[in-house]
Design a binder for this molecule. Structure first.
Ligand code: F6P
Ligand code: MG
Length: 490
């Protein structure tokens, strides 16, 4: 499917700050033959089914442990029933409904969802006839409200995706150890480097590139795609050799521009932000990049932004930071021989990160903005209702804001049907000029794609088409290619 611009829409809603602009419409779940349509019809029911299975497994564990909390068991059974009904609602393609006042109060749901449903009633009709981005985000809210409305705090705070997050991270042992050893060696080498010399700057630039790629490819393993990725695939994605080979798979690469912008800012007081994506291996890779930036004195502070509810299957929540550190220290979780090089590397890395947290150079934050359906054109002073203006103001104080992963890329570009050669600056709207230095690290897992040189889309479509007849344009939904896009925000 080649995206064309036969679909310009006049945007009048408050969901984009600039009113009355002509923009391509958003990707729809009704776009026949697209990954969005496939996601809505096939993948969403699987995601909800996995949630049902998870509640069932948890209930079994509770019973096996002999916990006698009637309320927890009762709530768990009710949840299972409600999730089954919810899955049927998606499969039956019912109309999208607004959240009730009671749901809004119980689950603290931003009013933006109902406002959007009001404003776009003619567009957002039903599960497979709606804007893909809106409906996907809405689905996770609908799941969350079921948990929040239970009497027992156990289920109110339950992360339905925790089991999957943990089991996949555990399966990443190979890549985790390899990177911890690499980091340890590097930390020693950095100590002997004269960081002010020109030669060191060259070395640091190469390392910056390496860690940017570690963080980028960490995104290749988001768990919502586990329906199609094997654990063997994950291991190979995470190995150093595979990462090197993957460089040719980075189809837009603005790393040099990001480096130049970072290095041109005043040293000694640099701040880097990570708008995080997935927990487990990706968060681990992001921590490594943050640790490298601090150790090399390229930055003095890293701020990590997490989600405030279970989201997009594997996205990082505040509690996942500590879980990850405990996993690194737990030899039942990562069973390497005590006293071995692997063991020491894992422990040392965990200690380094704990020290960064103690001294305040690693900071963790969350905000409800990240789990609204609002795209990042709303990170702008004009968005006054849902924290877009506050986040914008805060990010103007950062020297680099790294947006991780696919969903963040979709929100940066509004998940619109842009021609794939559209410039990055045009696709990110206000962020291109409102003072936020923006770096997107994304393995491509959705339809929206911009900033390609002329001919690249056709070339990659032809490559993908060979093994996937009729689906050539899905190359950018496969997670096999990636982009690194930068704007200095000026
Ligand atoms: O449908 C693809 C998808 O599941 C989207 O929901 C989302 O954009 C993405 O993959 C999740 O990937 P990531 O974790 O990289 O944001
Ligand atoms: Mg994710």
């Amino acid at each position: 499917m080649l995206l064309t611009l036969g679909n310009i829409a006049i945007v009048k809603t408050n969901r984009t700050p600039k009113k009355n602009m002509s923009l391509p419409r958003r990707c729809m779940t009704s776009d026949k033959g697209t990954f969005g349509a496939y996601t809505a019809e096939e993948r969403w029911p699987i995601i909800v089914q996995n949630a049902i299975d998870d509640v069932e497994a948890e209930l079994k564990d509770i019973k096996d442990r002999g916990d006698d909390s009637e309320q927890i068991l009762e709530d768990g059974e009710l949840l299972k029933k409600q999730l089954i009904e919810f899955r049927e609602e998606i499969l039956a393609n019912t109309p999208l409904r607004k959240f009730t006042e009671q749901e809004i109060a119980i689950a603290n749901i931003p009013l933006s969802f109902n406002e959007t449903l009001d404003e776009t009633a003619d567009i957002n009709k039903s599960w497979i006839s709606s804007e893909w981005l809106f409906t996907e985000v809405y689905m996770y809210r609908r799941i969350n409200v079921l948990f929040k409305s239970k009497k027992s705090p156990f289920w109110q705070e339950f992360d339905i995706f925790d089991r999957l997050k943990q089991s996949t991270f555990k399966a990443s042992l190979h890549g985790v150890v390899e990177l911890a050893i690499r980091y340890k060696k590097l930390s020693h080498e950095l100590q002997s480097l004269d960081l002010s010399s020109g030669e060191s700057q060259e070395v640091l630039k190469i390392l910056f590139k390496e860690f940017t790629e570690v963080s980028l490819w960490g995104n290749a393993t988001d768990l919502s795609l586990l329906t199609s990725i094997s654990l063997e695939d994950i291991k190979s994605i995470q190995g150093a050799k595979a990462r090197e080979a993957s460089e040719s798979k980075i189809v837009v690469n603005d790393t040099d521009k990001a480096w130049d912008a970072l290095i041109s800012s005043k040293p000694g007081n640099r701040r880097v932000d990570f708008v995080l994506d997935n927990s487990g291996f990706e968060l681990y890779a992001d921590f490594l990049m943050g640790a490298f930036l601090l150790r090399s004195k390229l930055a003095s502070k890293c701020i990590f932004h997490a989600k405030d509810m279970p989201y997009m299957v594997s996205d990082v929540m505040m509690k996942d930071f500590e879980t990850l550190l405990k996993d690194l220290e737990d030899r039942d979780f990562f069973p390497v021989t005590s006293g071995s090089e692997d063991d020491l590397a894992l422990n040392d890395l965990a200690t380094d990160i704990r020290d960064f947290i103690k001294e305040g150079s690693f900071e963790f934050r969350t905000d409800s903005f990240w789990t609204t359906e609002l795209d990042y054109w709303n990170i702008d002073p004009s968005e006054k209702k849902y924290h877009g203006a506050e986040i914008h103001n805060d990010f103007t104080k950062s020297n680099l804001v790294i947006f991780k992963g696919d969903l963040n890329y979709r929100k940066l570009t509004g998940d619109r049907t842009w021609p794939r050669t559209t410039s990055w600056e045009a696709a990110i709207g206000p962020l291109a000029h409102n003072g936020v230095p923006t770096l997107s690290l994304r393995t491509c897992k959705a339809t929206v794609q911009v900033a390609l040189p002329e001919g690249k889309d056709e070339e990659l479509s032809a490559v993908w088409e060979k093994d996937h007849p009729g689906q050539g344009s899905w190359w950018c939904c496969s997670g096999k290619w990636a982009v690194i896009c930068f704007s200095d925000g000026k």
